[in-house]
Design a protein around this ligand. Sequence first.
Ligand code: BGC
Length: 767
Amino acid sequence: MTAEEILKQLSLKEKIALCEGRNFWETKAVERLGLPSAFLCDGPHGLRKQEGSADMLGVNQSREATCFPTAVTTGASWDVALMERIGEAIGEEAAEQGVDVVLGPGANIKRNPLCGRNFEYVSEDPYLAGKMAAGMICGIQKNGTAASLKHFACNSQEFSRFNSDSVVDERTLREIYLTAFEIAVKEAKPKTVMCAYNKINDTHCSDSEELLTDILRREWGFDGLVVTDWGAMNDRVEGFKAGCDLNMPGGSDYMMKECLEAVKDGSLEERTVDVCARRIIEMALNVQKRPHIASDKEAHHALAREAAEQGAVLLKNNGVLPLNENQSVALIGAMAEVPRYQGSGSSHINPFRVVSPLEAMPNCTYAPGCDERGDTTRAMLAEAAKAAESVDVAVVFAGLPERYESEGFDRSNMKMPEGQLQLLEEVAKANPNTVVVLCCGSAVECSWDDQVNAILYMGLGGQAVGEAVKNLLYGRTVPSGKLTESWPLKYEDCVSSSYYGTKDAQYREGVYVGYRYYEKANIPVRWRFGYGLSYTTFVYSDLKAEKSKVMVTVTNSGKVAGAEVVQLYVKNNGSGYRPIRELKGFSKVFLDPGESKTVEFALDDRAYAIWDNGWVIPSGIYTMQVGDLSAEIELIGEKISLYRNDWYGKPQGTPSQKVWEAMLGRKYKEKIPVKGEFTMDNSVMEMKEHSLIMKIMFWAVESTVAKSFDGKKDYDNPEFKMMILSSAGGPLRSMQISGGMKGGLMQGLLEMANGHYFRGIKKMITG
Ligand code: BGC
């Protein structure tokens, strides 16, 4: 039967029901019509297929799969073809495990280093994030598996993630936060897009027709299916009108009731429901046509290793690296034995193998020096110093322990654990040849960098991290990764540091995100965006620039083969509200010693455009910068004045609320939930301070969650914290869906929280 024929056989109620998940991971099947269900599964750097108890936080067991490095590392490879190969491998494992839709990649912007999910995202730069996401989508979809580009959009903080409001002006939205999605949608045609939990300018993403239909479908030509993030559906009627097709992980009685009533009273047309239902039918019919594939695990492990090697960034090297086989080496730090190779949360994979650095380099001396939490003791430090003294080179493994970074919450500062810092100091004092291997999903403060001789940043290197570290340290692979985010000297240097992490995300800095800010405000950073060293050297020559084409020759002038990431920045020399330069092209080239290659970049209008009620090119002289070369071109475009006599013309420090409001064009006031006005969008956590019933609910949720943690309310455990924040911290509407609660229970409790006890009891009883 065709999608249309199936649709015609369904009643209105069946169609609405089809637009909600059958269970945590599957869409509904209609057996009498031969419509199969589709299986959706996280994502994004491997599969997390749960066949027993399901959850969205990666807590319960999932099937074994290959754990590739997370996007912080794969992104730093700047290698689109590599992303595609990783995507293809994940698509193969999906076909093997019967997974139809892979929930990834993520294309959210790293707006602030503290975001708990930065490890899952590629970059602070939308062009790079979009291109890399496109590569991965093409790979995943090669065999017919569907990818789900997420989280659309402006989802760059974990604090209050289910109902925070991203308050952002149109220009910033377009130039920074939507561009990555736009590139990925247009270039890779993902079969599905996942809408984010948050609101944008007071409208939930799931309710936003502007976002999900006007921009995504009409402007960008997306013809796939929109799925909610798990529990993100705000208002089902508005969701249908917006083009939000699939409500995961399921619907709720009250949403069904509202939809039926809305169709009855004419405020929702049945054909609007048909459009969404048709897309779900088409998706389920299409993915089922995929061939079954047996994936090659060993090849995927080797690919995970290659990805970790290509994405590792050499941040410092005073000549101690690469090591030679005759040197004696000590591995120091618990992370050498128990590596940090992935993040916590929905992306948490059950790898079929993990190779630690210690396993990969068994002949080295080893001293833990601190524990996995980053805590240390005098005895541990002394043992580590002794080990360091006894060898030619000491390699310290440090970074962020698991409990520091996770989905569900943001970090509270950019610091590494105190115990690790003490360890670094002791080891560096004991051995002048100290190398640090950094393992963390986002930038950390590194004021210790001048105490050590070399720093190799692995990000979160996936299941083969140990082998990759070995190959890089010994020069069997030459480091070629480049940073995809700026590393500030200290957190306070970050533009949003003083106002990031409040319930509403105030995008006050406008387009000045990452290097766009540091360069414009002339703030020194520890390591800049695009930075990374090599064991060889490269020379650039013959730069030729036209409006739509830039060519440059790169030569490997060193003694070993290696790869260079050729980066093209377009610099404008107008002043005013505009970043000084922006990345508009990149290409990774592998070169033998003495070898040269010519790289060609094709540029379109967007390389020069800004958003001003549409894309426009300001007239002027533009400078094309590649490596240490530059060439100017003149463009006749629009005569636009970007002059601003305020923070945006000359950013320095924090933009005040007042100056931001002037740019935004309206006043901003945070909406604080108050008793009497609570809605299904408020969480137990938000309401508990004002309502006894919610206090009791919170206690009940906490105690229930604690049962899975030996009865302990352990807020130091990222899984416990994440579960509390995702249950009691989620709006009642998503608690109702995720908890599979029936009838009017939640609405009854809501009435009570608002002080209407009798009405509440009635709602609970009558549903
Ligand atoms: C996450 C998504 C994930 C989904 C399903 C959500 O909490 O935000 O990224 O795909 O859960 O696990």
